[in-house]
Ligand binder design. Structure first.
Ligand code: SAM
Length: 269
């Protein structure tokens, strides 16, 4: 097999928008962000960089940077930025370099499908870092798939154990079960809730946004996915992941729901 784990597989495929509602989820999140266009903004866990391209294309004067844990993901995002003619315009940092971001310097941090897959110590570390680098009054925006309140702890534990074994990551932390408990996690770390929404059914993004670079970004994603056509072992691995995902949930039962939270950092850390 070319690699193991779902995230390395997605890196090879240049997969984009790996979160609730895919690209639509990102379009919805971006529409909620309180940005004028000249702020200091960080994406926490940028993956292959598709959201960074989308945001920078729409607001070119943002001072935009990203922080990633995985060097391979960072390399894929750097390749996407080059492909989209954005090389050098977005600072792509790895976790060991995170102290280059000055404390209290950021107006906004956003994360999509990152915080819910972290274990407890990593989640605490991430929130502490985000709170420390945001200005007081700065905003944390998250787009995460969280467990519906009716899902039991034993179901969650079983699904997360399956995901850890088959994909190398969990689906979602049991601590993020229902909106109320999820919001409390952030409130306990120095944030206050501004809004909590789900993407309204039928919501559609503003079609006027389709800068040239977003088309290039889509092409970069297709280029990665086309590897499936030419690499049988990659195709086999993809089929295996798809089958394992198909076995994850009981048909007809709803487990997760995408939530977009906007939170204000309330106190100096
Ligand atoms: C499910 S992927 C989502 C990627 C991207 N946000 C998206 O929505 O397409 C989770 C990403 O978070 C990154 N990640 C995990 N833990 C992290 C951490 N502590 N700091 C920064 N990135 C992290 C992973 O390497 C991966 O790229």
């Amino acid at each position: 097999m070319p690699n193991t784990g779902l995230l390395p597989h997605y890196t090879t495929l240049h997969a984009a928008y790996l979160h609730a509602e895919g690209e639509r989820g990102t379009d919805y999140l971006l529409e909620q962000l309180p940005l004028q266009g000249n702020e200091h903004v960080l994406e926490f866990g940028f993956g292959t960089g598709a959201t960074l391209v989308k945001l920078k294309s729409r607001l070119p004067n943002l001072a935009l940077s990203g922080l990633e844990a995985d060097p391979e993901m960072r390399a894929a995002a750097a390749a996407r930025l080059r492909f989209c003619r954005l090389a050098g315009q977005i600072d792509l940092l790895l976790q060991p370099d995170r102290d280059r971001i000055p404390k209290g310097s950021l107006d906004l941090v956003y994360a999509e499908s990152v915080l819910a897959i972290l274990d407890e110590p990593s989640f605490a570390d991430a929130l502490h870092f985000i709170a420390a680098t945001l200005k007081t009054g700065g905003v944390l925006a998250v787009n995460e798939s969280i467990w519906r309140s009716a899902v039991t702890l034993s179901e969650i534990d079983a699904i997360n154990a399956h995901c850890r074994e088959k994909f190398g990551i969990i689906q979602c932390s049991a601590a993020m079960t229902g909106l109320k408990a999820t919001v409390k996690l952030f409130e306990n770390s120095g944030f206050s809730l501004l809004s909590a929404t789900h993407i309204p059914p039928g919501w559609r993004p503003d079609r006027n946004h389709k800068p040239f670079r977003e088309y290039l970004s889509r092409l970069f994603t297709v280029q990665g996915k086309s590897r499936l056509l030419f690499q049988p072992r990659l195709r086999k691995q993809h089929a295996q992941f798809s089958a394992d995902m198909g076995a994850l949930f009981t048909p007809g039962r709803e487990y997760l729901r995408g939530a977009v939270l906007l939170l204000r950092k309330t106190a100096a850390v």
